[in-house]
Design a protein around this ligand. Structure first.
Ligand code: ZN
Length: 370
């Protein structure tokens, strides 16, 4: 019937409907909006289901640990078991009973249906695996969370940290780009990871040293890492740079300089230092070598109280003095006996400051087994 009309007639008919009945246009519009909403709802449903299926499949991979039977029973009987089990898992975690805590977290993951609610549990599980010494497993978990929720700064930071532990510095750097987009202020970390990548490559080339020195110029906090590398592989450059890095940074490296073997100190440098030093850096080096007994004592004023005291002790020879070092975090104020790149307490990067203290020199033969 419709096909019998000419094209002109059909158009006239449609125009006449629209003209006569404006409600028809409104109905068509409402119908289109309804259809679009229905489609969006279905699309969200499909994405949510895919997310849930994928998380469930991922959680199945923890089956080898086995779920905690008591927890399963508690989950079945209690009306609101999740807060109590979460509390118990955290307690086990604090008391370093990692296996029990992992079992509880896995049981919790099984019982929670909403994928969004599973994310904090997965975060805790990742952290737990990291603490228990399984960084690869923790990385898998963080990656799974980021796959669905990439805009989570906390998980991104944890992922960067765990990749760093696995020496996957390139992956850490890629994830850092995302973190920069989210909250910025990642310059120090970026320089640190770039230096780590260059050092980990282990290529002894002029290009590597040039890049490392360019990073050092930009970020003096990396002096310990970069100069430590130069000391082992490019001693000439190491001694050259010691003379030009800022005085404050050189004082931070007193432990490294104090523990240097006499054999690796160039004779030419010692000869140069015997004359009056031209700058503060040379003065610090001279004071350290005098206090250590490598250079003869001079009457000049020393750069620090500890070095002055050691030189006085050397003059009188009634006691033999020594320097000890520990490191304090500028962020959380915790102290540690070793110079870590990350604070072991708050995980701050390059936040440790060298603290120097005087002590009586011990008989080293007693520690020969070390
Ligand atoms: Zn700290």
């Amino acid at each position: 019937m419709w096909s019998k009309f000419t094209k002109r007639q059909k158009l006239d008919f449609l125009e006449s409907i629209e003209y006569r009945d404006p409600l028809f246009g409104v109905m068509i519009f409402i119908f289109c909006v309804g259809l679009a909403s229905l489609f969006a709802y279905y699309w969200n449903y499909l994405i949510g289901k895919r997310r849930q299926d994928s998380l469930s499949k991922f959680i199945e991979s923890f089956d080898y640990i086995g779920f905690d039977e008591e927890a399963q029973e508690f989950l079945a009987l209690s009306p609101n078991p999740i807060p109590s089990l979460l509390f118990m898992a955290k307690m086990y975690q604090k008391s370093a009973n990692y296996e029990k805590a992992i079992r509880l977290y896995v049981a919790l993951l099984e019982s929670i249906q909403n994928p969004v609610d599973k994310v904090p549990i997965l975060e805790s599980l990742g952290l737990l695996y990291e603490k228990a010494g399984f960084p690869s497993r923790a990385k898998e978990i963080y990656l799974e969370i980021l796959h669905y929720y990439p805009r989570s700064p906390l998980v991104l930071k944890a992922f960067i940290r765990v990749c760093e532990k696995l020496s996957l510095f390139k992956e850490s750097l890629d994830a850092l780009d995302c973190l920069e987009e989210l909250q910025g202020n990642t310059q120090v970390y970026r320089h640190y990871l770039k230096a780590k990548i260059l050092i980990a490559k282990g290529q002894k080339s002029e290009e590597t040293t040039q890049k490392l020195l360019a990073i050092l110029q930009e970020q003096p906090l990396l002096a310990r890492l970069i100069l430590g590398f130069l000391k082992d592989f490019y001693p000439t450059l190491f001694w050259e740079y010691l003379k030009i890095i800022p005085k404050e940074i050189l004082l931070e490296l007193q432990d490294m300089l104090w523990n240097l073997n006499r054999e690796i100190i160039p004779q030419s440098l010692l000869e140069e230092l015997k004359n009056t030093p031209q700058n503060a850096q040379n003065q610090i080096l001279k004071d350290i070598f005098e206090a250590k007994g490598i250079l003869p004592l001079s009457f000049s004023q020393k750069m620090t109280f500890e070095l002055e005291t050691l030189c006085l002790l050397r003059t009188h020879k009634s006691f033999q003095g020594d320097l000890g070092f520990h490191y304090q975090c500028t962020s959380c104020k915790a102290t540690t006996p070793l110079a870590f790149e990350h604070c072991p307490h708050c995980d701050g990067l390059l936040t440790l400051k060298t603290l120097v203290f005087l002590k009586e020199k011990q008989d080293e033969t007693r520690y020969s087994f070390l």
